[in-house]
Design a protein around this ligand. Structure first.
Ligand code: ATP
Ligand code: MG
Length: 404
């Protein structure tokens, strides 16, 4: 665990970049430092691997003061990734990734083997191995940066705005990839960004800093969205935080019904059986159970057995039941012409449909349950409020990673 105790950084010109920052960074999870430009994020990150020496306070790594260990050993235990990847332009991709293992004295073939494995791990095609950085896209270069940082398998990964220079779609892909790699490797990651949406998407814990290098709130994303500490955080989070918080609630608890579902080859009798006064539309599936669209019952029987697929109303984007979040389910319902969302399994087959009202019920109970959970956790972690105590992660497993 990395523990920062009342850490202050004053640069030689007098700038106070970080002000009495206390933080407990839990092992095996992603902690995001977020805040406006100049609030001291990079300085904080660099103090952890001593690229910047702190002025006051101390930083402990697994209980030992980082100043008590040789700086080279410390840095080797911490991979470092920066914006634009910072690759060596005159070295091939493979040699870039193999840099640290080679420095550590690994023989050439072992280092190359490791680099090849890592290329696959970060989603880079092996054919890129002999290229030079300028021959790669920005997103590919960032992946190389991540692979290079992972090469010597350090327990800690420090990442400073690693995905800021790429466009939003590539960026989302890189975030997904990082979450996937993290699920496999379980590193202790400290990730700097000024983008609160990125922080919410990838962070297990989020530390929000403000100009002057002060920590304002340290909380899991779900809690940040539901209980921002002050107006600054509220403003920083933006408007639709209630909706965004729904992405932390699983759709597994939603009540589904299969009543209004018919297959495309259903007989008029079967259609009639499915039709009730409170269900004005039926969802039509193909013979494999995949959704085709909504139709009024009478439209289904009018053709005497043959349904005009082109006349079906769009079912919108279905959501994967139990895997996607209540936010996804709500989005499906809002975009659906019938107001009903379609739930599918991993293979895309319909498992049921759900109304906006049912989703609203599920949201209410999810809020109530989460509120009770938070209260229980708070009661458990509440202790004497020592002034020097580091802000720490209150309990684990509170965020529904799968829902993101
Ligand atoms: N070497 C330095 N000498 C003097 N002041 C510095 C130095 N490096 C950073 N600063 C100042 O310290 C403060 C924090 O800088 P830092 O780079 O940590 O911010 P940041 O949060 O990473 O910002 P950004 O989002 O723009 O990257 C800023 O006011 C900056 O001007
Ligand atoms: Mg910075």
């Amino acid at each position: 665990m990395i523990r920062m105790e009342s850490v202050t950084k004053r640069y030689p010109d007098g700038t106070k970049a970080v002000d009495r920052l206390s933080l407990e960074i839990p092992d095996g999870s992603i902690t995001v430092l977020v805040g406006p430009s100049g609030c001291g994020k990079t300085t904080t990150l660099r103090m952890i691997n001593r690229m910047v020496e702190l002025s006051e306070g101390r930083i402990l790594l697994d209980g030992a003061d980082i100043r008590d260990q040789p700086v080279n050993a410390l840095r080797r235990s911490m991979g470092y990734v920066i914006q634009n990847a910072g690759l060596f332009q005159h070295r091939t991709i493979l040699d870039n990734i193999a840099t640290v293992p080679r420095m550590l004295g690994w023989d050439r073939s072992r280092a190359r083997k490791r680099a090849t494995d890592l290329m696959e791990r970060v989603g880079l095609d092996a054919s890129l191995a002999s290229r030079y950085p300028y021959q790669l896209s920005g997103g590919q270069q960032q992946r190389v940066g991540v692979a290079r940082a992972l090469a010597a398998d350090p327990p800690v990964l420090l990442m400073d705005e690693p995905f800021s220079a790429v466009d939003p779609i590539v960026r989302k892909g890189l975030q997904t990839e990082l979450l996937r790699i993290q699920a496999e490797l379980g590193k202790t990651i400290v990730f700097v960004t000024h983008d609160i949406d990125e922080a919410i998407r990838i962070g297990d814990m989020i530390a929000v800093m403000r100009t002057g290098g002060e920590l304002v709130q340290f909380a899991p994303p779900d809690e940040l969205l539901s209980a921002p500490a002050d107006a600054f955080i509220e403003d920083f989070l933006g408007n639709d935080r209630g909706i965004r918080r729904l992405s932390f609630f699983t759709s597994a608890g939603l009540e589904l019904t299969t009543a209004p579902i018919v297959a495309i080859d259903a007989t008029a009798k079967q259609v009639a059986e499915r039709t009730t006064p409170d269900i004005p539309y039926l969802l039509v599936t193909d013979t494999d159970g995949k959704p085709l669209g909504w139709a009024e019952p009478k439209a289904l029987t009018a053709g005497g057995g043959s349904v005009d697929r082109g006349a079906l109303l769009s079912h919108g984007r279905p959501f994967e039941f139990g895997k996607e979040s209540l936010r996804d389910a709500l989005d499906c319902a809002v975009l659906s012409p019938t107001g009903w969302a379609v739930a599918v399994d991993a293979a895309g087959r319909v498992v049921g449909v759900t109304s906006q009202e049912s989703i609203a019920d599920a949201i209410r109970s999810a809020h109530a349950e989460r509120g009770a959970q938070t209260a229980a956790n708070d009661a458990k972690t509440a202790g004497p409020a020592g002034s020097g105590a580091a802000a720490s992660a209150p309990g684990t497993g509170r965020t529904a990673r799968a829902a993101r």
